[in-house]
Design a protein around this ligand. Structure first.
Ligand code: SF4
Ligand code: SF4
Length: 357
């Protein structure tokens, strides 16, 4: 790596005490087309019926936008500082902020030849998952939006775990996946309140909390054909924008993107839970004047907005990516660009590297 790469001297991996290895995911937001295949893959595998209808352990929202549940970013939770000693108070979103478990007129349209639009039946909903799809912000010709896929971050300092008075939530020792022990859970919902990303859900039918399990049966070898598989949201993604592996796998692309090049960033780092899902921030062309000329130096997606989502480090990350794009334009090698364009599943999904431990 050359000296002008964004590599800090004090690079270190923050893995929770008592955890051997930490699973992690990197999503490249420049590749997301908002198709919701990941959402459907997760939904059909884990949250169909049984009080889970309204739950989307994986959701994809348009940014800028209010998201799912509505205004989750302003719902509190997390920690007051990086000392992780005092939690920030949070709220439990009302059911309407998620949207309901609506019945749709699928069968009339699919099988009875109806030309009615697809709509929820007998309700007049005011919000739901993906409600503000493609609205974005800005004025033509400089309007903008991008997609943000979200799952539980399997945080290094999970405020959901700390919030539970029954110790029903826990971080697995072998890989840091955050799970809810269904036997211990009493459905108090302190975890829902405590998670700043609102990625724990209450199942009113079972009176238990439930959440993304990072497809642990699949990564343990109980996937299709009884083999190790990456999470369903990753494998099913048409542009294959997710890397799945371990943060502490120093030969893997996740470690390089997060720790060496520092171009993969956590969402809302100010919540202080230290997420293990990272994002390559969206790279946008410059703004255009009304006569169609590029306004150099003025990004289509305002940097202030990206700073709100990913913190100040987003500037350095985007500068690093731009520098490496320039290198490849000049015909020079760039390991960073190779990683970002790699479609080799053996590198994308490195889930068996610690099997001999
Ligand atoms: S994202 Fe929320 S639910 Fe997931 S580990 Fe972090 S605090 Fe817990
Ligand atoms: S499947 Fe991939 S491209 Fe489609 S919405 Fe999900 S992350 Fe984006």
């Amino acid at each position: 790596m050359s000296t002008d790469d964004a590599q800090s001297e004090d690079t270190h991996i923050d893995i929770a005490d008592g955890v051997d290895h930490q699973v992690a995911m990197v999503m490249d937001l420049n590749k997301c087309i908002g198709c919701q295949t990941c959402t459907v893959a997760c939904k059909t595998l884990w949250t169909e019926g049984g009080g889970r209808d309204y739950m989307y352990w994986n959701n994809v929202e348009t940014k800028p936008g209010d998201g799912y549940p509505k205004d989750w970013e302003d719902s509190g939770g997390g920690w007051q500082s990086d000392e992780h000693s005092e939690r920030e108070p949070g709220e439990i979103p009302a059911k309407e902020r998620y949207g309901g478990d609506w019945e749709f007129n699928h069968s009339e349209i699919m099988y009875d030849g109806s030309d009615e639009p697809l709509r929820p039946q007998n309700v007049d909903p005011e919000w739901g998952p993906n409600w503000d799809e493609d609205e974005g912000a800005g004025e033509y010709p400089n309007s903008y939006y991008f997609y943000l896929p979200r799952i539980c971050n399997h945080c290094t300092h999970p405020s959901c775990v700390e919030a539970c008075p029954r110790q029903a939530l826990y971080k697995r020792e072998e890989d840091g996946i955050v799970l809810v022990d269904q036997e211990r859970c009493r459905g108090y919902r302190y975890c829902v309140e405590g998670c700043p990303y609102k990625k724990v859900y209450y199942n009113a039918a079972k009176k238990k909390s439930e959440k993304c399990i990072f497809c642990y049966p699949r990564i343990e070898g109980e996937g299709p054909d009884d083999e190790v598989h990456a999470t369903a949201c990753a494998e099913e993604c048409p542009p294959q924008l997710r890397l799945v592996g371990y943060l502490d796998d120093e030969d893997g692309p996740i470690y390089k993107l997060v720790e060496e090049y520092e171009v993969a960033l956590p969402l809302h780092p100010e919540f202080e839970t230290v997420p293990n899902v990272y994002y390559i921030p969206p790279y946008a062309p410059p703004q255009h004047s009304e006569d169609g000329e590029s306004i150099q130096g003025v990004d289509r997606i305002p940097r202030e907005y990206l700073e709100e989502l990913f913190g100040d480090r987003v500037n350095q990350a985007l500068d690093t990516i731009e520098r490496h794009r320039d290198r490849t334009r000049r015909g020079e090698d760039s390991e960073l660009m190779e990683i970002l364009q790699d479609k080799n599943p053996a590198q994308q999904y490195r889930l068996e590297v610690f099997d001999d431990d």
